[in-house]
Design a protein around this ligand. Structure first.
Ligand SMILES: C[S@@+](CC[C@H](N)C(=O)[O-])C[C@H]1O[C@@H](n2cnc3c(N)ncnc32)[C@H](O)[C@@H]1O
Length: 267
């Protein structure tokens, strides 16, 4: 499937990402161009639609380092929920929940927002090879690592470098969105949530995993010290208020320690 997206510079102009770009067993290089002449490179299957230099928080900056991208999933991510929730929470359990709430359908289109190495995007595509998945991040290093991992697991993905605050997609494009841990790292969370609402279809599902404020004093000390790097934590009711303000309704939710899983639908 070719993917029709919106030019990041001209809202009334479209770009078409070719289906071959998502086939990661073959390196795809080229560019896409709108009728206005704005052109975007596709290098080794990654479409670069980032149009401006950003000021990054410290936490965001570290995601642009090759070393972070290389160790992120295998060293940290597979253990992170057990460490953060304080109880055994194997990655397989998280993937199961993702598959259960997302229920991917052949032909449908899904977006992994702030994908890092595209753990969620790969899981959905592996579960339902007939669906289409876009993985978006503004870190090239993370997308390059996502590409390696997806190719190794023989999964096809559209890899898009863009800012989640201004997504290069038309309204009502996606049947489902996934966001794993990214909310806490955003510097403009409402803008991203509004963008998520805009690109999600009215009957779509949004799988959210984020971290909430700790209830223990020592947990709060740790979280307060992480805030200097730009990571934010909300109480459960504060983050639920953010989701509702962005136009979502909570269809399901549970917490394990500071880890919170939420199934959002359009309100
Ligand atoms: C905690 S990691 C995400 C992990 C991943 N979703 C997972 O489940 O393993 C946050 C990611 O969001 C990306 N990110 C943060 N702010 C972003 C933005 N405004 N636009 C695009 N990506 C962003 C970072 O580059 C980083 O890769």
């Amino acid at each position: 499937m070719n993917l029709r997206i919106r030019s990041p510079l001209h809202e009334d102009q479209s770009l078409t990402l070719p289906a071959e770009m998502a086939e990661l067993s073959v390196s795809f290089n080229g560019s896409v161009c709108s009728e206005m002449g704005d052109e975007y490179a596709i290098k080794n299957n990654i479409a670069d639609l980032l149009t401006r230099d950003n000021r990054y928080t410290i936490a965001q900056s570290t995601n642009h380092w090759k070393i972070t991208a290389a160790v992120y999933e295998d060293i940290w991510r597979v253990r992170s929920l057990s460490l953060l929730s304080g109880e055994l929470f194997p990655i397989e359990k998280e993937k199961q929940l993702l598959r259960k709430w997302m229920e991917p359908v052949p032909g449908n289109l899904y977006l992994d927002v702030g994908c890092s190495t595209a753990l969620y995007g790969r899981t959905i595509k592996k579960n339902e090879p007939g669906c289409h998945v876009v993985a978006l991040d503004f870190s090239l290093a993370m997308l390059q690592e996502a590409r390696l991992k997806a190719e190794a697991s023989e999964v096809s993905l559209f890899l898009v470098r863009a800012d989640a605050r201004e997504m290069p997609f038309y309204a009502n494009t996606f049947d489902g969105l996934m966001m794993g841990g990214t909310l806490n790292e955003l510097s403009d969370e409402m803008k991203v949530l509004y963008e998520c609402r805009r690109v999600l279809k009215k009957d779509g599902v949004f799988f959210m995993m984020h971290l909430i404020e700790s209830e223990t004093w020592y947990g709060r000390v740790l979280q307060n010290s992480a805030q200097w790097s730009g990571i934010q934590f909300w109480t459960l009711s504060e983050s639920n208020a953010l989701f509702e303000r962005a136009g979502f309704r909570i269809a399901d939710q549970f917490t394990k320690g500071i880890v919170c899983f939420t199934k959002l639908v359009v309100s």
